[in-house]
Design a protein around this ligand. Structure first.
Ligand code: FMN
Length: 345
């Protein structure tokens, strides 16, 4: 059975799960238009994850996926954290804000949180995908027993081998053009493959269905990846501007104004691609100290953005976007799906 039949969808189009930007409304609109809706739940706890899934199930009877982060939890290094706080201190002072004295683990890994697994087992979405690595063997086996399709982001061959060995059903092939966080299992082992090269190479070595992700903005782009052997395409940036997303006004507008993106690991503690802004330039100065690790670095970034945006300064936001953001179109989710389907044909 091909992937679309297995998922129960009619179009080879996935909206990317996007923590902080996904909403039940966006997921449902994509699923109702024949694509595969998604909820990015990497920043959610068990209760908020459950509420988002239940809400989506109220808005659509079509299938959708949910997504979690599987980073290897890193211990808090108080000395490194302090150095990073000191480096950011002038910016907090610029806004007369209190400088934090410690950083928090704002995102728990799915690996160490079986409450999230239980939510998935209880609510039974069609599929669950993972970013930054694999869940445990026990978690995969529980999902399989419940009949839930498992998917994982891979950025290189070695990660795809690990996913295959673990019994994962679908490979989300994320090229270096992708907006948001690189899904690399180990953030310091990034092969930097383009979406095109990654899809070609995965197709040569694996029989698993492949979903192309990274820099895909139009139906013509989707068709190219299908011709290269992908079963579907996953688009993030193209959907961020939709009225159904949770993006704030500043983010929405900047997507149309600023076409240059850059990868940095100094905003969150892991490499991620976003619109190049003043803050990117500051955090990437060659003489910076090393960041405080993931997700502690992100905690400081979010606190600084909150302080700055309260005073109408939006330049400290992490505006994740892929390298083809220049091709973005202003359409709501239903219109964008219709446009993509029309271009694809
Ligand atoms: C705002 C934003 C947030 C993202 N958050 C997640 C996430 O929570 N989980 C995930 O697996 N991928 C996430 N991604 C990456 C996407 O899954 C996908 O790889 C990427 O959007 C594809 O590239 P594109 O943005 O050029 O379409 C995010 C991407 C964006 C743009």
């Amino acid at each position: 059975m091909d992937l679309l039949q297995r998922l129960g969808i009619s179009q080879p189009i996935f909206v990317a799960p996007m923590a902080g930007t996904s909403t039940p409304e966006l997921a449902a609109a994509v699923s109702n238009a024949g694509g595969f809706g998604a909820l990015g739940l990497g920043a959610s706890n068990a209760e908020t994850a459950k509420q988002a899934i239940l809400k989506t199930q109220q808005l659509t009877d079509q299938p959708f996926q949910v997504n979690f982060f599987c980073h290897q939890p890193t211990a808090y290094d108080a000395e490194k954290a302090q150095q990073w706080i000191n480096y950011m201190r002038p910016h907090f002072e610029e806004f007369d804000a209190e400088v934090p004295n410690q950083l928090n683990e704002i995102y728990q890994s799915f690996i160490s949180n079986d409450e999230l697994l239980q939510v998935v087992l209880d609510t039974k979405p069609k599929a669950v995908s993972f970013h930054f690595g694999l869940p445990t063997a026990e978690q995969i086996s529980a999902l399989k027993q419940a009949g839930i399709i498992t998917m994982v982001t891979v950025t290189q061959l070695s990660e795809a081998y690990l996913a295959q060995q673990a019994g994962i059903d679908v490979l989300i092939a994320q090229g270096v053009e992708a907006g948001g966080h690189r899904g690399t299992f180990n953030p310091s082992c990034d092969a930097g493959l383009t979406t095109l090269d990654l899809v070609i190479i995965l197709n040569q070595y694996f029989d698993l269905p492949i979903v192309a992700a990274g820099g895909i903005m139009t139906g013509e782009d989707i068709r190219l990846y299908l011709e290269l052997g992908a079963s579907a395409a996953q688009l993030g940036t193209a959907f961020v501007q939709c009225k159904e997303s949770a993006a704030n006004d500043a983010y929405r507008e900047l997507l149309f104004e600023q076409p240059i993106t850059q990868i940095t690991d100094n905003i969150s503690g892991r490499p991620a691609r976003g619109l190049l802004n003043a803050w990117h330039q500051f955090v990437d100065l060659p003489d910076r100290p090393s960041h405080a690790g993931y997700p502690y670095t992100y905690d400081l970034a979010k606190q600084l953005h909150a302080v700055a945006s309260k005073q109408d300064e939006q330049g400290f936001g992490a505006y994740w976007a892929g390298s083809n953001v220049a091709n973005i179109r202003r359409l709501d989710a239903k219109e964008l799906m219709e446009k993509l389907v029309q271009e694809l044909q």
